[in-house]
Design a protein around this ligand. Structure first.
Ligand code: IMP
Length: 417
């Protein structure tokens, strides 16, 4: 038996889904433990594109069981549409998807509130994905929220929903319409409702291999990220246990994913951000546009100071470096090795957004490479400069690199021995 947690360790979009998909071949179970449809994953398999928001990407392996844990927040309508479109691509869900009844519900009013709150924030907006994630988690924390399992009890649902609208000072415009839509969506999703924590613990004890799939990234963690420019869930390794109901002492291994450069979507500090033609070239080559919102992602150099912080925060066993191929053709590459604030070098990462906004990064500059990496399948076959670049990352983050991704396809992956 074993468990592996796979986490994005920067601001999300590190290419987690590709790595989860690659490692999923060895997993019996793939489980999501936090977040919701703010996540957006695209997986390319033999040239065919699959888009995921809430469904664990392990569903692409016909024998793998998939879990949506209690720590997530689910938009039931969005989930139904996502499942239908995957069903249209011949993905079979029966007996393979388990949605914890205690997962929070994201309802239409949460999306509305997300938009209204952002509008009110004006220039101080967070740049959320607009998927209602913050308001849904806030309602869970304030104990006004509804949970997936509530959908099976219409009277209870009606009572709780009326109270929820009232708690937000909103008029419930179309109760009958909303309740019947919820009833309909429940009929579709009910076969997948489960007490997923019980199952996952049982499967683990029976010797199955469990892969926990993180969403967003460590620097978007509600407690340890660049607050307030964060998401509303905990995204770090400790969240696995809380979000599934899985004992922490059974967490065997944690793999952290870092992109070979840095990106961020939404507002908030980004010390190594660049705005020049190199940024444009990377954005174009890496197709750095949000899978959920289509927004262009902000681009920066690899930040080893932030990376070392998140590696330590998560207790990483190993790291995966993704999108290395995208850096091909650049004359030189930079890696941030130190933070300077008001003329002083900091001992590590900076925590306050006002400080992070003023950081002067110290850079190590390395020569780039021109070669196309797409067909390379071993570390030794990479151009020497690409090997040096990876070695610098490994030395600075102080965690061994175990996987390198050189393309979108499952096959375009190097396992480091
Ligand atoms: P929310 O999660 O929609 O509330 O958005 C809060 C912040 O997290 C915003 O900066 C979003 O752009 C960012 N965010 C949320 N989900 C993702 C993701 O899956 N990838 C990258 N950024 C994300």
């Amino acid at each position: 038996m074993s468990s592996l947690t796979v986490l994005g360790c920067m601001w999300g979009d590190e290419g987690k889904a590709k790595i989860v998909d690659f490692l999923g071949a060895n997993a019996n179970v793939v489980a999501r433990f936090q977040g919701g449809a703010n996540a957006g994953h695209t997986i390319v398999l033999q040239g065919k594109k699959y888009v995921f928001h809430t469904v664990p990407s392990g569903i692409l392996y016909p024998q793998t069981k998939c879990v949506i844990g209690a720590g997530t927040v689910i938009d039931p309508f969005g989930l139904r549409d996502e499942m239908r479109s995957l069903m249209d691509q011949d993905i079979d869900f029966s007996g393979r998807l388990f949605i914890d009844e205690r997962a929070g519900l994201v309802l239409p009013l949460h999306k509305k509130l997300d938009g209204l709150k952002e509008e009110k924030r004006g220039a101080g907006k967070i740049g959320t994905t607009g998927k209602g994630i913050g308001p849904a988690y806030a309602d869970q924390a304030s104990r006004n929220g509804l949970r997936f399992g509530d959908l099976q009890y219409p009277d209870w649902l009606c009572e709780r929903l009326a109270a929820l609208y009232e708690s937000h000072g909103l008029k419930w415009e179309n109760p009958d319409e909303e309740l019947s839509a919820l009833q309909e969506v429940w009929e579709f999703l009910a076969p997948f409702a489960a007490h997923a924590d019980v199952l996952v613990r049982q499967w683990y004890l029976e010797g199955e291999k469990i892969l926990f799939e993180g969403a967003q990234g460590s620097l978007l963690d509600l407690s340890f990220g660049t607050y307030p420019y964060v998401t509303s869930s905990n995204t770090i390794s400790g969240s696995t246990s809380v979000g599934i109901g899985f004992p922490p002492r059974w967490l065997d291994k944690t793999l952290g994913i870092y992109k070979a450069y840095a990106t961020r979507v939404g507002e908030g500090p980004f010390p190594t951000e660049i705005f020049n033609a190199t940024a444009d070239a990377i954005r174009k080559a890496g197709n750095e546009f949000g899978a959920t919102t289509g927004r262009p992602r902000r681009i920066g150099w690899f930040d080893a100071v932030a990376a070392r912080y998140t590696a330590s925060l998560n207790g990483l066993s190993a790291i995966a470096v993704t999108l290395l191929d995208i850096l091909g053709g650049l004359e030189e590459l930079k890696i941030c090795t130190g933070y300077w604030l008001d003329g002083q070098k900091l001992p590590g990462y900076a925590f306050h957004p006002l400080e992070l906004a003023k950081i002067q990064p110290e850079y190590l500059t390395l020569p780039g490479w021109d070669d196309d990496l797409a067909a390379i399948r071993s570390l030794e076959a990479l151009p020497a400069n690409a090997q040096d670049y990876l070695e610098a990352i490994q030395d600075l983050v102080e965690v061994p690199i175990e996987v390198v991704s050189v393309g979108k396809d499952r096959e375009q992956t190097i396992t480091v021995k």
